[in-house]
Design a binder for this molecule. Structure first.
Ligand code: GLY
Length: 380
């Protein structure tokens, strides 16, 4: 088989590899979840308390859809119980990542199985996320207590992926308050997080009393004025999703500008470095950012009109990145690993998960394969 050309057979082979790994990992992560990052290419098991807990159950739903069987139902039920417990007992939910957590668990469950209780759980999670909305600044605060001076009014680009939970809640309840907050946040993020050259800040501070913008600052990027690769990828995908739910074409335009910047800063093999300031050399790649970007580019391309010449270009680049990941970044030849994608970086400035697998990289790699394999309805 030609490994540089994506065919149905190629995709099936790649999907079979990922699903085999998931089945191998089933027993270890039945109630617990893989940690955010591997240690020497192996994920330890941990309780469902961190922002990354839903990527595993998201992978289980994707695998269930691919396999078209009930083989994973028991483990999915066990995982969903943990998400219910976490919400009921309010365990470590003082974060905007409630969106990541309950989109890939409750919303996915509702979309895949039609489970009404999962829909209710998603709305309850959206209510919790709404408590982080600052009406004056029109933003959802990312981290920490709302009155914590270090974190007050701080938005981060990743939040674009948390907004779909709010859009979903408005869709299923008919109450626009969730959508209005998500839309307002999306507009503020587009205005302040995107720089004039179409790169992005990782984080940006808003004044919650006056509502005025303050300044941008990095958390996981190389410097305050560099462009953290994963942030740019979250932006491509996240702004596209805000377009999908609102029809506001300024979001599509924002996603497209971010995509062009991202593509212009790719190295030869198309898998980005952890910060887009690097385009060659010894710094680490972030394969997870590459996998997120593939999904974002595919959704962006899908949303663009046929008359837009970038429609084909984004599909083509997405395929090039995916082929490069499949050929050189997976654990196919690293048998001791329980992860899927090698060479990701969680946070270089914190020396966390550097050149390891990380669990969202694995999730988005599988989502990217599914998007290419069949007509797939997003959990976002
Ligand atoms: N959302 C946090 C990260 O991408 O590391």
């Amino acid at each position: 088989m030609n490994r540089n050309c994506i065919t149905k057979e190629w995709l099936k082979e790649e999907l079979d590899f990922v699903v085999k790994k998931i089945l191998e990992n089933k027993r270890e992560f039945f109630e617990k979840v893989p940690a955010a990052a591997s240690i020497e290419q192996r994920y330890p098991a941990e309780d469902n308390t961190y922002w990354t807990a839903s990527f595993w159950v998201g992978m289980l739903f994707l695998a269930k859809e691919y396999m078209e069987s009930n083989e994973l139902d028991e483990i999915i039920a066990s995982q969903m119980n943990q998400f219910k417990k976490r919400l009921d007992e309010n365990i470590e939910l003082n974060t905007h990542d409630i969106g990541f957590l309950y989109s890939l668990s409750s919303v996915a469950d509702y979309r895949v199985t039609g489970n009404e209780a999962a829909k209710e759980m998603a709305v309850e999670a959206a209510d919790k996320l709404m408590t982080r909305y600052h009406p004056k600044a029109k933003i959802i605060q990312a981290w920490g207590d709302l009155d914590d001076p270090e974190q007050q009014g701080r938005i981060i680009i990743d939040c674009n992926m948390n907004l779909p939970l709010l859009y979903f809640a408005s869709q299923v309840t008919g109450d626009d308050k969730y959508k209005d907050a998500a839309y307002a946040h999306g507009k503020q993020a587009a205005k302040y997080i995107i720089r004039p050259d179409d790169s992005t800040y990782h984080t940006y501070y808003m004044d919650t009393v006056s509502g005025e913008p303050k300044y941008g600052k990095t958390a996981q990027g190389y410097s305050d004025d560099s462009c953290w690769a994963r942030g740019q990828a979250w932006g491509i995908y996240g702004f596209t999703l805000s377009y999908l739910y609102t029809g506001d074409t300024s979001f599509l335009d924002a996603a497209s500008r971010l995509a062009d910047y991202f593509i212009a800063h790719l190295p030869k093999d198309k898998v980005c470095y952890w910060d887009l300031i690097f385009t060659s050399g010894e710094e680490e790649r972030d394969s997870s950012a590459a996998a997120i970007a593939v999904c974002g580019l595919l959704e962006l391309s899908k949303q663009l009109p046929l008359s837009n010449p970038k429609k084909d270009r984004y599909n083509r680049v997405a395929a090039e990145i995916l082929v490069s990941l499949a050929n050189n970044y997976t654990t196919k030849n690293t048998l001791a690993s329980n992860g899927i994608l090698l060479h990701a970086v969680y946070s270089k400035p914190d020396n966390k998960g550097v050149d390891e697998c990380n669990i969202w990289g694995d999730y988005f790699y599988l989502e990217a394969l599914m998007r290419m394999y069949k007509s797939w309805y997003p959990y976002w």
